[in-house]
Ligand binder design. Sequence first.
Ligand code: FAD
Length: 393
Amino acid sequence: GKPRVVVVGGGAGGATAARYIAKDSAGEIDVTLIEPSRSYYTCFFSNLYIGGFRTIESIAHSYGTLASDYGINVVHDWATGVDRAAKSVALAGGGRVPYDRLILSPGIDFVAGSVAGWDLTSQNAMPHAYKGGSQTELLKAQILAMPEGGTFVMVAPPNPYRCPPGPYERVSMVAHVLKQSNPTAKIIIADSKANFSKQGLFEAGWEAHYPGMITRIGPDFGGENVTVNPAEMTVDIDGEVIEAAACNVIPAQKAGHIADLAGVTEGNWAPVNAVDMSSKVDPEIHVLGDSAAQGDMPKSGFSANSQAKVCANAVRGALTGSRVFPARFSNTCWSLIDADDGVKVGATYEATEEKIARIDGFVSQTGEDAATRKATYEESLGWYDAITSDMFG
Ligand code: FAD
């Protein structure tokens, strides 16, 4: 029969890999995509939804085209285990799906106990909104319901986590909303990191657009010493107890749990060979996106999509003898600070023996003119449309 590829996770990495293998192999490879959700809500642009720049519908994507136009067997179920000896994936619904190559792109799960006082049962009182969909909607509703002059608290995550500028773009979008609906409200960020992505750009933007609204408490002021109390809606930052009108807890992250179950993680992430994203533990399993220990690349949707294309090309080559191109990767992360004030950071990468290694990059500058910032924002709109069609067809 035909060679079989099974992809677990229909997000940025998995949907791209499934689509490229199906599209480019023209029916020579049998592709199955396992994903529990019927709709994938992108985390990218979810902050713009919070800021009122996008609707929730505009960031939702279905799997119909992958099935109808690309012949991918889309199975809406959870993968619950991987039998590496038998080369099959177990489904929550009971079946087993055999593979010749397995691609895992299950995104992230949270490190238990990383924020004192918080666990998954607290996610309604203090949402993470770091997986797309209902959590994002909940957080937005809580922001809009804040009493006049109330305090929004964010507990920012330690490195490495998905979307390095994501928490700070989120703060910008929360400030944008509060500036209109609740201008005396305050925003406090408790942060265990000394520095963060595009810090100078964000801080200059906050000063210009939201003066006096945002306070970040870094490790030098006890920002790593945080305990939350979801029942009381309080946050203790280094002994000072703050009453939160809304609280966004973004815990420490690790590879999606199925990567642990497959036995391909070492510590929190799955080590991979950069040349084809194959696991260093099992050459017939590939790990993409956030779950992978991805060398110099940041964990992002753009990165996951870029890695998926490298992986798809290599998997097709291994299974059908098609031509394999040298691995090249790229990433850009755009962030919106306020209406028409977009900034970006990006780089290109190559595969070395050791890792995905950075070649060179670029970043927006502080003090750029308004036209440049607007053009950067508009570039991000084009990127969103292009990358979601590259993933979902
Ligand atoms: P995901 O896209 O999360 O996909 C994982 C999928 O696997 C999910 O659909 C899940 O349901 C499924 N899954 C998990 N476990 C199983 C299982 N056992 N069985 C079957 N299916 C399973 N990136 C950018 O490039 N640009 C941005 O502007 C940007 N902004 C962001 C803003 C925020 C607030 C956040 C949180 C993230 C942002 N990102 C951005 C990062 C981006 O969303 C992730 O890096 C990207 O989604 C990673 O892709 P992935 O394939 O690894 O995981």
